[in-house]
Design a protein around this ligand. Structure first.
Ligand SMILES: *Cc1c(COP(=O)(O)O)cnc(C)c1O
Length: 378
């Protein structure tokens, strides 16, 4: 017998209420019944995104919402600035280039956050830049960027700021309107406690000016069509009915908690995970900018990182993430976002310790669990 636990930075576990909502019989999307559901979802999303602007729901994974941002804001030949400090920053560059958009890159060392002043310098040096693309939680390295400071820099220029908050939203604070973030994209399977399959995007008035002047081709991801439909409580194509019903369930749970409590819970779990890594002698990968949504730690010398993750998953049913791209086998990533609680963290660290012992790594057994518990007891 095996019980499975999911502590990856997407997908994340589902609250039982969310799973049950998806078991109901399907309804038709062009009906007043579904319009009510969509209206509730739209209002709930505005709350979660901390914006008064419309949040559009796209039937796609998070990357679809990223592509919608690029395809609607910029045309072939335009210039964008991309903050690239991990695999997901790189994705912005790749999407831009696929659309013939010149992507100027700020290469940030993996494990570090971008210096907002560098964005300011680059914008000053090249006034052609129309959009700055960055990432709230760079899931591949476990870094949170300082979006508030970045927004303060970009606000004084003619450029528009677009943030990939796919894994950050619902885990880390992002005051979209208050900070002046123009575009936020997210996805369903991270902090929002849903299965994969929904992308989200909201845009400021400044960003809509770019959408309206954009000459690039787009069809499924045309946000002008999405806006026209949403104004009538509708979507341009068949809605992901089941996932939107589930979204209302997860938003209900989030609202009961309140955003402040949600962010506090994530911070505490992150503190506990970080304390545990230190106690085990595992170096944090991003000590200066560690994310509250996911903790990345270096695999100690002499331990096979890929085998560690595989044994935890296949022998003990505890799924964490390994490293991506150049970090393959070199880091482990433990998610503490969405429907993950204190007890999950304690259990995960206990399992990590057990497998580390089995792999011959020397440390004080129980030290990680103790360090985490001490944070939770505070
Ligand atoms: C997961 C993730 C993505 C990719 O989302 P998909 O749903 O797999 O398309 C993009 N950016 C960040 C920061 C992520 O964490």
């Amino acid at each position: 017998m095996k019980k499975n636990y999911l502590l990856t930075p997407g997908p994340t576990p589902l609250p039982p209420e969310v799973s049950l909502a998806m078991a109901k019989p399907i309804i038709h999307h062009r009906t007043p019944q579904f319009q009510e559901i969509l209206k509730e979802a739209s209002q709930g999303l505005k709350w979660a995104f901390q914006t008064a602007n419309d949040v559009f729901i796209i039937s796609s994974s998070g990357t679809g919402a990223m592509e919608a941002a690029v395809a609607n804001l910029l045309s072939c030949g335009d210039t964008a600035l991309v903050v690239q400090g991990g695999k997901f920053g790189e994705r912005w560059t790749e999407i831009c280039r696929a659309y013939g958009i010149g992507a100027e890159v700020i290469d940030v060392e993996w494990g570090k956050a971008v210096d907002p002043e560098e964005i300011g310098r680059r914008l000053k040096a090249n006034p052609q830049i129309k959009v700055v693309f960055t990432t709230l939680c760079e899931t591949s390295t476990g870094v949170d960027n300082d979006i508030r400071s970045i927004a303060a820099v970009v606000k004084d220029t003619s450029a528009v700021l677009a943030v990939d908050a796919i894994s950050g939203l619902g885990a880390v604070d992002l005051k979209t309107d208050e900070w002046g973030v123009d575009v936020v994209v997210s996805g369903s399977q991270k902090g929002l406690m849903l299965p994969p399959g929904l992308g989200f995007i909201c845009l400021s008035g400044r960003a809509w000016k770019l959408v309206e002047s954009c000459k690039g081709s787009r069809y499924y991801l045309d946000l002008r069509k999405a806006k026209k439909a949403l104004d009538k409580n509708d979507t341009p194509f068949t809605s992901s009915i089941t996932l939107i019903i589930a979204l209302n369930e997860s938003l209900k749970i989030m609202k009961q908690d309140g955003l402040e409590n949600i962010f506090k819970r994530h911070r505490t779990m992150a503190d506990a995970a970080r304390a545990a890594m230190k106690a085990l002698g595992l170096e944090l990968f991003a000590p200066g900018a560690a994310s509250d949504g996911v903790t990345a730690a270096k695999v100690p010398a002499g331990v096979d990182g890929e085998k560690l993750v595989k044994t935890m998953r296949d022998t003990y049913g505890v799924t964490i993430a390994g490293g991506q791209a150049e970090l393959k086998g070199k880091v482990i990533r433990i998610a503490h976002m969405g429907f993950i609680t204190e007890s999950d963290i304690v259990m995960c660290i206990a399992c990590l310790e057990k497998v580390l012992v089995q792999m011959g790594y020397k440390f004080n057994l129980g030290a990680g669990v103790k360090a985490a518990e001490e944070v939770f007891l505070k």
